[in-house]
Design a protein around this ligand. Structure first.
Ligand SMILES: Cc1cc2nc3c(=O)[nH]c(=O)nc-3n(C[C@H](O)[C@H](O)[C@H](O)COP(=O)(O)OP(=O)(O)OC[C@H]3O[C@@H](n4cnc5c(N)ncnc54)[C@H](O)[C@@H]3O)c2cc1C
Length: 434
């Protein structure tokens, strides 16, 4: 695997919010001066920052936001390997990578192993279906870019099928149900509402052709945000005509509907499950590494697992949140901070110095309602918790993504990308139409 077998080999599995930032910074700090051999393995060839997936699903994201891992590796002095990790041999310090196939099923790369001196697991999370009947079969998910594109394609095809050829006739409105009123579900509903209006502007449908609804077991939207902000969001969504069905626990999903604990039957053409996360199931049996009840790898305050050579960061890591009950939340800002901490630790380790203790700093939570508004709360040492909304909240929300872009592209390229996107948006369709 390595260009030079004597160099310390660091393998990072997963090039998401955490892993790609880590590979980029380690590439610059250790790869470039030849102090270590850095390899990033990911199941896909390109990266899209996961909080943008609801925009991919709605078709509003510019495709230039995708990062090509091979080019990123070339520019930042790490190797990229395409493949899906399937197993681990801690004694031999090997990870097992499954075979890679083309879209039409041809073998591209056979099964193989990669050897490491230090391994960093950053494989993220997937939707937790909580074993509810029919969810896996009949719901769409927003866990991966491929799923988000599948959603977008299905959505557009449904619009076309319902509208083209039926102009002027009374057609049954399309119904979309989102299960889960956390940030993902709420942001997706606002994006879909926006898309509906844009499609009407382009003449593809009538403005009232789509009915959106959110179904949530809790009696409040956005359980992680203060009640005041949740109420403001609730008012905004209600004003947009989004039907909020709160206090309804889903017990079954069928091809045509969602059934709640009280026996309510909610018919829906498209059903999206956004009701919670867990780490992938295969982490449960990863050569004896300790996991919690949602399969996350348990790490200590330095983000190290029970094996000295293996770290875990991002959504797949269970890291106690100092001074709070429970663990550091599965968020992009946690992934960003953990990537920085492990980068410092691995640089230190090569110099024979101590690992860094990770302390999570919660800067607050923000929820974007697309073009309509952004709401959230900011945490500060001096001011305590401050509720914000509107333009300021939008700017702070966008700055989280800008921090990720700066970590992987640097300041200059991020400014150039931002400017070029502004120009592109004025010239091309606001949503993806193919
Ligand atoms: C729609 C949506 C909206 C969100 N909005 C917000 C938000 O506004 N603010 C916020 O803070 N957080 C948000 N989040 C959560 C945030 O995206 C995650 O907390 C963050 O992306 C976690 O980073 P990560 O690196 O752990 O995982 P990810 O970013 O998911 O990256 C995991 C990577 O691992 C790769 N991978 C997975 N399995 C394997 C394997 N077996 N082998 C090789 N590679 C593998 C994947 O391809 C992926 O590239 C949102 C999430 C979603 C889904």
């Amino acid at each position: 695997m390595s260009d030079n077998a004597e160099k310390h080999r660091i393998v990072i599995v997963g090039g998401g919010a955490a892993g790609l930032e880590l590979a980029t910074s380690l590439g610059k700090k250790l790869g470039k001066p030849g102090l270590a051999d850095i390899t990033l393995l990911d199941a896909t060839a390109t990266h899209i920052w996961k909080p943008l997936l609801h925009e991919v699903a709605a078709g509003t994201l510019d495709e230039s936001e995708q990062v090509d891992y091979l080019a990123q590796g070339y520019r930042n002095h790490f190797h990229f390997r395409l493949g899906k990790m399937e197993g681990l041999n801690r004694q031999k310090k090997e990870i097992h990578v499954g075979a890679t196939f083309s879209e039409n099923g041809n073998l591209i790369i056979p099964k193989r192993t990669l050897t490491y001196d230090t391994l960093v697991m950053a494989v993220g999370s997937v939707s937790n279906t909580f074993g509810v009947k029919g969810v896996a079969e009949h719901c769409l998910f927003l866990d991966t870019t491929a799923q988000a594109f599948k959603f977008q394609k299905q959505l557009l095809e449904m619009y076309i099928k319902n509208y083209i050829g039926n102009e002027g006739k009374t057609v049954k409105p399309l119904s979309i149900a989102i299960i889960g009123a956390g940030a993902t579900g709420v942001e997706l509903s606002a994006q879909l509402h926006e898309v509906t209006n844009v499609l009407a502007t382009y003449g593809l449908k009538e403005p009232n052709d789509v009915k959106l609804c959110i179904i949530e077991a809790a009696t409040q939207l956005l359980p992680a945000l203060p009640a005041k902000l949740a109420q403001a969001t609730q008012q905004q969504l209600t004003a947009l005509g989004i039907d909020l069905k709160l206090g309804r626990r889903v017990v079954e999903v069928t091809p045509a509907a969602i059934i709640t604990q009280d026996g309510e039957y909610i018919a829906a053409d498209l059903k999206v499950w956004a009701a919670g996360i867990k780490a992938p199931n295969w982490l449960k049996d990863l050569d004896g590494l300790e996991t919690n009840r949602i399969n996350q790898l348990v790490v200590d305050s330095t983000l190290k697992t029970s094996d000295d050579a293996i770290f875990a960061i991002g959504d797949c890591a269970a890291c106690a949140w100092k001074g709070h009950d429970g663990n550091v939340p599965p968020r992009a800002q946690a992934a960003h901070q953990q990537a920085s901490a492990v980068c410092k630790s691995l640089v230190n380790r090569l110099k024979g110095e101590a690992l860094v203790n990770f302390v999570y700093y919660d800067y607050g939570s923000l929820v974007s309602l697309g073009q309509y508004t952004t709401v959230g709360n900011l945490m500060g040492n001096l001011m305590g918790t401050v509720s914000i909304g509107g333009f300021i909240a939008r700017v702070v929300y966008l700055s989280l993504y800008k921090m990720h872009q700066i970590a992987i592209h640097g300041y200059f390229r991020t400014v150039m990308l931002t400017l070029s996107n502004l120009f592109r948006r004025s010239a091309f369709a606001k949503i993806k139409m193919h």
